[in-house]
Design a protein around this ligand. Sequence first.
Ligand SMILES: CC(C)(COP(=O)(O)OP(=O)(O)OC[C@H]1O[C@@H](n2cnc3c(N)ncnc32)[C@H](O)[C@@H]1OP(=O)(O)O)[C@@H](O)C(=O)NCCC(=O)NCCS
Length: 170
Amino acid sequence: MEPRKPSESFVVMTELVLPNDTNVFGNLMGGRLMYWMDIAAALAAGKHCNAPVVTASVDNISFEAPIKLGNVVNIQAKVTRAFSTSMEVHLSVYGEDLTHQYKYKSNEAYYTFVALDPNRKPRPVPPLVPETDTEKLLFEGALRRRQLRLILGGKMKPNDATELKALFQP
Ligand SMILES: CC(C)(COP(=O)(O)OP(=O)(O)OC[C@H]1O[C@@H](n2cnc3c(N)ncnc32)[C@H](O)[C@@H]1OP(=O)(O)O)[C@@H](O)C(=O)NCCC(=O)NCCS
């Protein structure tokens, strides 16, 4: 399969926070944001592999700043690394107050998607070749993040996580 660039999977999704999206404090609900992030990430993964994808896992999400009613939500998603049948997608989320022309970071996250064939079995995805320094850093870290999420998901033995263990061993 032809290698792909991270930029070829880049997706920007824009939403407006309406009353039905908010909690009792008038801020965007975390669950609604994660739903939008899931869609943006699935679009990025789908652009990379040109196949149907499913969410395999979502890493820790910390909500750094609430996004207020009436503000705009900007979600940026890009594939950071492709493995055999899975892809890691990095997301950055920003809130934007159009009236006061103020943009703020809300949170970041990594989602993992798996491409499926017509029989709904995992199918191979094209390799990803990072270009920029940031993309190279994300690519390199993806292997360790993958090992950590597979351990947490009960799919890998900690002893097999060579690159992750190396971080803690001099
Ligand atoms: C994700 C899913 C396709 C994996 O299928 P599986 O039969 O376990 O397949 P495998 O064990 O061969 O794993 C396939 C790939 O998924 C990855 N994977 C499996 N579990 C994972 C997890 N918890 N986190 C990250 N990646 C995971 C594997 O690492 C592997 O990637 P690789 O081929 O790039 O190495 C399957 O568990 C599934 O369909 N889950 C439900 C998905 C879904 O419905 N999502 C919507 C939200 S509920």
